[in-house]
Design a protein around this ligand. Structure first.
Ligand code: 3EB
Length: 320
């Protein structure tokens, strides 16, 4: 059984088995195994702020290793993996290559099902030397790498986040599963991202809106924003974007509940994260989210850029 905890303790308390740790602090750092488990740093906060850590835990014994630039920890059921691409003028080729290597690693270690991926991309809205937006360049490499690895690009894509960071380069971490095939879901009022029209870039973003992991009774909600159909709505209107984003989440949860016969609702969150483009909007978004979930749900907000320049916020989370 895989679980996640949010911690600001240094050193970490004893969690038993640790599959991997993601440190959201002032700097992006290459993943390593120095602590005895995979650790990666992502520049998501100001240097002076205390880092917050996301700790992916297991009830079983964890084995860790590194291969081809990918650092991983696994327990026989789940695998946590992470890699970093150094800052570059273009990411397409490096992304294609590392996504392919990731799929090969997952195949070789026997965790063929991608469950969830987080892609943190520095300067995500900048235009690169080739005249392409950094996010679109990344999306092209990601789609090519997954496709070349034989991924089913309509039904086999995991839930994901594609978001900015304050560091340099691209940091990715992911969860994969051995068996019990995860179930992927789409939002009834959003065009699946893999079918976005060409106006959003040469290759569509590769992700599903949510992934259910039946073995751990967890629903991984992708980064969700103020998008209806394939268009951004309420441009320039923070509350409008909050409303649409929350409604997108409600509709998605209703659709998952209907399809599985289970019940996932707004108060089923065990972890909630929001990305907010403008620092001055952070307190308001925090208040809006606290109205939705109880006072005990871990809630983290990060002031970073969002993949479409008109989007003011994006929300993701884990539900049980
Ligand atoms: C969207 O719905 C907003 O590129 O992996 C959300 C989740 C978004 C994941 C990704 C992008 C990604 O298109 C952006």
């Amino acid at each position: 059984m895989i679980d996640v905890a949010v911690s600001t303790d240094t050193p970490l308390r004893d969690y038993g088995g640790i599959l991997g740790v993601v440190e959201f602090g002032g700097q992006s750092r290459n993943p390593d195994l120095t602590a005895g488990y995979p650790t990666v740093g992502i520049a998501m906060r100001e240097q002076r702020e205390q880092p917050v850590r996301e700790v992916w835990t297991s009830a079983s014994e964890v084995t860790s290793g590194a291969r081809d630039g990918i650092v991983y920890g696994h327990d026989g059921t789940h695998l946590f993996g992470t890699f970093r691409l150094p800052g570059a003028e273009a990411y397409r080729e490096a992304t294609r290559s590392v996504y392919r290597r990731t799929m090969t690693l997952l195949h070789d270690l026997g965790y063929p099902h991608l469950v969830r991926m987080w892609n943190h991309i520095a300067d995500i809205n900048h235009t690169n030397a080739g005249g392409l937006e950094v996010y679109r360049d990344f999306c092209q490499g990601r789609a090519e790498g997954l496709e070349e690895a034989g991924t089913d690009m309509s039904a086999g894509l995991p839930a994901a986040t594609g978001i900015g960071s304050r560091g340099d380069g691209v940091v990715v971490y992911f969860i994969a599963e051995r068996s019990g095939a995860p179930l992927h879901f789409e939002n009834p009022r959003q065009v699946p991202a893999h079918r976005y029209p060409r106006e959003y870039g040469p290759r569509s973003p590769s992700f599903a809106r949510a992934t259910l992991l039946p073995s751990s009774e967890k629903l991984f909600l992708s980064g969700t924003a103020s998008i209806i159909g394939h268009r951004s709505t309420h441009v320039g209107d923070l509350d409008g974007q909050c409303d649409t984003t929350l409604e997108n989440i409600r509709l998605l949860l209703a659709s998952v509940s209907e399809k599985t016969g289970g019940k996932v609702e707004m108060d089923s969150f065990t972890m909630l994260k929001a990305y907010v483009r403008h620092e001055s909007d952070v307190p308001h978004v925090r208040r809006r989210l606290r109205e939705e979930v109880g006072p005990l749900v871990p809630l983290e907000l990060f002031n970073v850029d969002i993949c479409r320049s008109e989007l003011l916020l994006e929300i993701e989370g884990v539900l049980t």
